[in-house]
Design a binder for this molecule. Structure first.
Ligand code: ZN
Length: 273
């Protein structure tokens, strides 16, 4: 599932290609109406026709086309992919929506598992209500984390995955952040100290920034547009997907367990319970 670094990588790649173009029409195969959260292609076209794409921005794991009036928001979920190159014949069955742009090019949304969603809206309030702070904003402080954690009973891993606290972290980066912080994933939120919150803040920024610099982590080349570039962060992972392999710090085999129903990887020695 694309997390913040993968979505940011797509944004940086796509922005110069589509900005300042106008949307001519929206299209979606009839079966896939749920991609647009229920509205029809005609209704979508009516709302965004002739609007220019002013900006491509990101909030958490969401990709947002800021239009001359209103917003078109993409949530890639599991397998969503957005690109401009014309899909191959075999790929068309996975195209759940596409947009014709003013220069005659298309913007295609391919989604093999069809969990991805596109929302047309006049404001972004609906998303702001759901999401917590951006990890690269000044709002990410040890005090913010400790205050958010103190009101929750779950594990620290569960809290890192909670998009209403910090937007953008998913399963891969949460495991990596906990390793860098030396915290066991099942540590109860309420017992995380101020010092540990400082370590978490640093680890969150460092992990996400390094992943963005390396174009994210790609197990399959789902996230990219015209070029099948793959993310290089895969080789930098300390714990995620390294079950049984030696810890890069202490050589202890990495353990995989389940926390908040998600496969969770950690070093039992560097992250004692
Ligand atoms: Zn270790």
């Amino acid at each position: 599932m694309p997390e913040l670094p993968e979505v940011e990588t797509v944004r940086r790649h796509l922005e110069p290609l589509i900005c300042r173009k106008r949307i001519v029409s929206a299209h979606l195969p009839e079966n896939y109406q749920k991609t647009f959260s229920g509205i029809t292609a005609a209704e979508c076209t009516r709302r965004i026709k002739d609007q220019s794409i002013d900006l491509l921005s990101r909030r958490g794991k969401y990709l947002i086309l800021e239009l001359s009036s209103g917003f078109l928001t993409f949530h890639l979920r599991m397998t969503g992919r957005i690109f401009q190159s014309v899909p191959s014949e075999s790929d068309w069955k996975y195209i759940t929506a596409w947009f014709l742009l003013s220069d005659g090019s298309g913007l295609y949304f391919k989604d093999v598992r069809k969990f991805g969603r596109i929302v047309v809206s006049d404001s972004m309030e609906w998303l702001e209500e759901k999401l917590g702070i951006e990890p690269f904003s000044e709002e990410l402080t040890p005090e913010y984390l400790q205050a958010s954690f103190s009101t929750r009973k779950r594990s620290v891993k569960g809290a890192l995955l909670d998009q209403s606290i910090i937007a953008g972290l998913g399963n891969i980066y949460a495991d990596e952040v906990l390793f860098l912080s030396g915290l066991h994933p099942e540590t109860p939120c309420g017992s995380v100290t101020g010092k540990q919150c400082t370590l978490l803040c640093k680890a969150i920024v460092k992990t996400l920034q390094t992943a963005i610099d390396l174009n994210g982590t790609t197990f399959q080349s789902f996230y990219f547009g015209e070029e099948e570039t793959s993310g290089e962060f895969l080789s930098q992972l300390n714990v995620f997907g390294r079950t049984g392999l030696g810890c890069r710090v202490c050589k202890t085999p990495i353990v995989k367990t389940r926390v908040v129903q998600r496969g969770t990887h950690y070093c039992p020695r560097c992250q004692p319970n």
